[in-house]
Design a protein around this ligand. Sequence first.
Ligand code: NOJ
Length: 765
Amino acid sequence: MKKFVFLITVVVLAYSCNQRTADSEIDRFINELMSQMSIQEKIGQLNLITPGADIPTGATVSTDVEEKIKNGQVGGIFGISGPPERIRQTQEMAVNDSRLGIPLLFGLDVIHGYKTVFPIPIGLSCSWDMELIEETARIAAREATADGINWNYSPMIDVSREPRWGRVAEGGGEDPYLNSEIARAMVRGYQQDDLASSYTMMSTAKHFALYGAPEGGRDYNTVDMSRTRMFNIYMPPFKAAIEEGVGCIMTAFNDVEGVPATGNRWLLTNILREKWDFDGFVISDYTSVNEMVDHGIGDLQAVSALALKAGLDMDMVGEAFLTTLEKSLEEGIIIEAYIDNACRNVLRAKYRLGLFDDPYRYIDETLPGKEILTAENLHAARDAAARSFVLLKNKGNILPLDKNQSIALIGPLAYEKSNMMGTWVVSADRQMSVPVLEGMKNVAGEEINIRYAKGANIHDDPDFAEKVNVFGPRIVIDERSPEVMLREAVGIASNADVIVAVIGEASEMSGESSSRSDISLPESQKKLVRALAGTGKPLVLVMMSGRPLTMEEEYELADAILFVWHPGIEAGNAIADVLYGYYNPSGKLTMSFPRNAGQIPVYYNHRSTGRPQEGDEFVKFRSNYLDVPNSPLFPFGYGLSYTTFDYTNLKLNKDVMKPDEEITLFVTVTNTGDLDGEEVVQLYIHDVIRTITQPVKKLKGFEKVFLKAGESKEISFTITVNDLAFYDNDVNFKAEPGEFIVFAGTSSDDVASVSFTLQEKWPDQ
Ligand code: NOJ
């Protein structure tokens, strides 16, 4: 045993020495390079530009790109994607025509796949399957790097309790623990354990910080919250991404405690560098340095100096650094050490990517044909989509469908391609998406009895459609009148065995700058659902969206609801796989679905008030509403299966735990139905009496388990003192002794519980 410990110590020491040698080699190289750089060239490394020709993701684009590259005024480019020849030409400009030949970074928003598009991130999060999520990121990296990209602006790990905010589509929902696990999986997937491999790309965790909590759900809006909320709810995924070795962090547009995140030294230096030891580089969001002028912090020169001093390393698009830092240096507003520090951070990233070794490492003209849109990748996209769907209702087991049933396939999203991939698709061809009608025939056979009618527009209002159609037609208003479309649909529906209505949001009704104050279905589609329900035929709703929707009426009217988010390139095939029972749905919601928008924010891990309400019955002088229960329509963690699961034998291995010990929870899960299926077993903890109020439940573990019909498995979770700790008002992370309740179950509101005591005092007290 002693020998073994000794061996481990030697290995660890050897590893850290190697690490130090590697770091000092990098430092030596960078010091040498920087000794040759002029101040203008150093500032040039801090400048990220976008030519904007292909992929506009913001309001402004850069000019004189070629000239700037040759002058050494550019550190990286984003928004150009393949073919690799284009990236090679641009890299050649930097390497051959600029004085020092420093290679460029090539960045892009590869948010949920590159050309093989996976479900939108909130959909993927509902799989609760970290291996799957990592695999989607790994495939995205292989495809994007095949086209020459070496730096990705993903994952977005902004926790959010705000379904009005369109960007919930890009994240992993409302829970800090789940988002942290997703952050780790995605960083691993993009970077693997070798950033310099030509198949991996540098990952960017964004948006630091608190972007997911804009007031009123309006994008880019002010954020204000306590430090306990920040550190317990919004910060953990960033800490996790850093622990996983993420190469880059992007700042948020919003202010934090009154100082815009991009110029916030407390965030970018005290927390990121000093508390969390982050050693990658920090990029602003799109023109977020310039936007500090509108925040009212100062003129462009002042805000640029503020951002640099705060710890920002690279300026995205706005050229605020490029145009003002030299002047600030001359005037003594900044010192050169700040510029050096930022420049060093950017150069270190280039070194880690292997670009100084070979500036063309990511450019191989033979790779796109081998790596992009392969049969395996498409298969993975189909599988990932099926695993992300959440079955919200299945009255009388109307699903899965039988191939002999005649189907009326109705709805504005039932036979089209432009919305299937969802928001943030900048490099894929939307026309490659599989529409639902096609998928149904692929899976059930050309001979199935299926008739299609559009039934309604996604939205009837041309003004609304225009706002959504900025990147191309997503809402196409039919030439026929709504009445004519509805009549046709009802006619077809009345003659079918089952109605499958594919309805919901267009892809750009969520995503950036797509907040909604009313998150219900548009009126055109509400009318369609009412009319279809009026036929008396069994009604299955397949609902697509980039956010939770309010849908009480639809929930009442439908027999079954499969919530599929925006499923990606294989949408139709994956939907048909699940509707016909080739895959038994296993997704669980990662955001609560409010009953109406007035309930927002509604989330499972809320703290208790002094007047809590038991259940949903109104009680005077308790914390509740006159017109709506407190509970959401569907809680966090909720999702049905075609089979059923039972939880029994919940027990702990002891009643008392010391702070240096672990405690283990056991629970037996049985598949009590007739079909094989997967269940997400969820573990929550409640900390009963504390010096600051605690959430009624916090997710602290989960396991996705496959069970054959009739099969039982004992699942165990190990709980450590870290799982019991929280940040207090002084931002100390600590666990307090006393009683803890542990819950295990199928959803945040459907759990059984046991309790134990944490003994002794936490060493800090
Ligand atoms: C603005 C978005 O907030 C950010 O997420 C994205 O990466 C950049 N634009 C670049 O497109």
